[in-house]
Design a protein around this ligand. Structure first.
Ligand code: ATP
Ligand code: MG
Length: 236
């Protein structure tokens, strides 16, 4: 299995801040879904930012979608990022645009036709249960609804790799389960997925590997790989 994300002895420390990663290594396989866990402040968001090339590591190698991150030129970063759907811990929706326009943005940037945009945006909004909010402005949405709009925006252009940072934090248990199932469905159609989460109860029984971040190291807790596809099939 080719790697979609490859970390080799990556070290990361913020200026005058704590040491986040200490020669940490791990890999996310092509088409794999994996969870990222760890205490608050352990570095989950930082790790996702490194993958999305929003932050650069001090030392070590990071390859994402067959590209060596440290060799990316500044001018190449936008095209690189377009291959990745990122769901941020705090969804940053544009306040002066409707939910529809916010979700449509990645497609507009990629030059999709109007008809295609309409079809895809409604499909994504439907998947997160927000079809009735397409004309609403972000300020009128609840925290969970904003979070779901952020998810729709991240998946609308069917990225090869989906990174989600605590995507169920503001959701009730039922909606949280539905969002996890949405990620699983994406994974079933071939999207590689990495989800940072505190919701251990929600993921414990799911058939995916868990990358646990602690003291700057990544510890991989294996799921039963052989059984995973069959179990996932039953759950979604
Ligand atoms: N830009 C920054 N400059 C300096 N320190 C930072 C910066 N961003 C994060 N940190 C620090 O790095 C550590 C890891 O932060 P990070 O946001 O990656 O953790 P996290 O695992 O995502 O936490 P949470 O579960 O609370 O979201 C924290 O101690 C944080 O205070
Ligand atoms: Mg975080």
């Amino acid at each position: 299995m080719a790697d979609v994300v490859f970390f080799h002895r990556v070290t990361q420390r913020y200026y005058k801040g704590p040491q986040i990663l200490r020669e940490a290594s791990f890999r996310l396989g092509e088409g794999e879904m994996m969870f990222l866990t760890g205490a608050s402040g352990s570095g989950k968001s930082t790790l996702l930012r490194l993958i999305g090339s929003l932050t650069r590591p001090q030392t070590g190698q990071i390859a994402v979608l067959s590209q060596n991150i440290s060799q990316l030129r500044r001018s190449e970063i936008p095209a690189f990022r377009r291959q990745i759907g990122i769901i941020f811990q705090n969804p940053s929706l544009l306040a002066e645009r409707t939910v529809f326009d916010n979700v449509a943005l990645p497609l507009v940037i990629r030059g999709h036709s109007g008809a295609d945009i309409g079809r895809r945006v409604r499909g994504a909004l439907d998947a997160v249960g927000l079809l009735n909010k397409e004309k609403a402005f972000p300020i009128t949405l609840s925290g969970g609804e904003q979070q779901r709009a952020g998810i729709a925006r991240a998946v609308v252009a069917t990225p090869k790799l989906l990174l989600a940072d605590e995507p169920t934090g503001n959701l009730d248990p039922e909606m949280a389960r539905e969002v996890m199932q949405l990620f699983m469905r994406f994974n079933q159609i071939g999207v590689s997925v990495l989800v940072a989460t505190h919701a251990l109860g929600l993921i414990r029984h799911l058939p995916y590997r868990i990358a646990h971040l602690e003291n700057g190291r990544i510890d991989i807790q294996s799921a039963d790989d052989a059984a995973a596809p069959a179990i996932a099939e039953k759950l979604i």
